[in-house]
Design a binder for this molecule. Structure first.
Ligand code: ATP
Length: 360
């Protein structure tokens, strides 16, 4: 079993009576890339500040390598933080920014030079040591902040939305670079973001937070494919929530009436006849055909036999490799479906107004 570098036990934090983090417990493996994901105000940054020692918990305890952290100042924790604003010293060169912490710690100058050089090389800034922060692009400034945070080899690196100020393309690049850096260094990274795609691209595990509590912890795939509740399902990606009622069991599937239509559904959970259920489907889970083609084609009809909801296409949205369809089912429920775009076709296969059969 992997060594736990962080153990968080029942921690809470309130500001003027408002709860920011509520009795939260969590363990983090040595070398893990963990992401705290959730909407604005759910307590992600508070969690990082508690870990970094910039705030004290009202209750509970944080252990780093088995040692309780209560009362330990930030500079005495084996943890560094990369802030959203980078917080570089503007009057110091890149080299001096990175060297600062080592100088304060009384490391001999001869050693500092080697360590700073190594850290700058890791973030691909080896040629930029003499520049001032104001002479760097946003992405380069961020790399300096990272070099400064890894130069003294912390056990854990905390990253508070470090890519939010970068444009889309640079953010994508930095995500890959950071992940690669984490692999090279083997340091535990804890990232805070509200961007689901960023969390999924980079993390070994994702912690989905809501109002100071954890809703689910899991690998990106577990979170996306098997959300533990509706909050998580709605927060990560697009989700369609159909209403159903279980009408019987059929081997490892269930018979159900979904949006008024008898269908077969699969679930890892167990249900009894009469249970009201939500059937959760991602836009790409659906299979859609133009109605008259299903009727005219026995093979297609057979494929749709298990789930044949009927509806009308309201809008189509071209998105590159895929296109989205807004469909209103005949009972009024609106769903979002994602279809692959056939590059050879001159027009989209579906059009507004088409009557369609929907299965999954
Ligand atoms: P964001 O993504 O917007 O940064 P977050 O998930 O990081 O949000 P936190 O910054 O941890 O959320 O805030 C959690 C709650 O605690 C919020 O309601 C916030 O207003 C409150 N809060 C955070 N810091 C303070 C503070 N210093 N004083 C008072 N309230 C605070």
């Amino acid at each position: 079993m992997a060594n736990k570098v962080i153990k968080i036990s029942d921690i809470s934090k309130s500001y003027d009576g408002d709860i920011a983090v509520k009795k939260l417990s969590l363990s983090v493996d040595d070398g893990e890339f963990l992401t705290l994901l959730g909407p604005s105000g759910c307590g992600k940054t508070t969690m990082l500040r508690l870990l970094g020692g910039f705030e004290e918990c009202d209750g509970g305890e944080i252990f780093l390598d088995g040692k309780p952290m209560t009362g330990i100042e930030p500079e005495n924790r084996p943890v560094n933080t990369v802030f959203q604003s980078y917080a570089l010293f503007p009057h110091m060169s890149v080299y001096d920014n990175v060297a600062f912490g080592l100088k304060i710690a009384g490391i001999p100058a001869s050693e500092i030079a080697g360590e700073v050089k190594k850290a700058l090389k890791l973030v691909r800034l080896d040629e930029m040591g003499q520049r001032m922060p104001g002479e760097l692009s946003g992405g380069q400034q961020q790399r300096v902040a990272i070099a400064r945070a890894i130069v003294n080899k912390p056990r854990v690196l905390l990253l508070d939305e470090p890519m939010s100020a970068l444009d889309y393309r640079l953010r994508k690049e930095m995500q890959k670079e950071l992940k690669e850096l984490q692999r090279t260094l083997g340091i535990t990274f804890i990232l805070v973001t509200h961007d689901q795609e960023e969390a999924f691209t980079m993390s070994d595990r994702v912690v989905v937070m809501n109002k100071g509590c954890i809703e689910q912890i899991g690998t990106p795939r577990e979170i996306y494919e098997d959300p533990s509740n509706l909050y998580v399902a709605r927060f990560v990606g697009e989700i369609n929530i159909l209403d159903g009622i279980i009408t019987g069991k059929n081997g490892c599937s269930f018979n159900a009436e979904v949006e008024g239509v008898p269908v077969s559904v699969k679930s890892k959970r167990d249900f009894s006849e009469g249970d009201k259920v939500h059937v959760l489907l991602r836009p790409e889970d659906f299979r859609v055909e133009v109605m008259h083609e299903v009727k005219d084609d026995p093979e297609l009809a057979e494929k749709f036999a298990k789930a044949l909801l009927k509806g009308t296409v309201e809008h189509t949205y071209y998105k590159g490799a895929t296109y989205d369809l807004d469909i209103t089912l005949d009972d009024g429920k609106k769903i979002l479906v994602s279809e692959f775009f056939d590059e050879d076709a001159e027009t989209l296969y579906f059009h507004a107004g088409d009557r369609v059969a929907v299965g999954w």
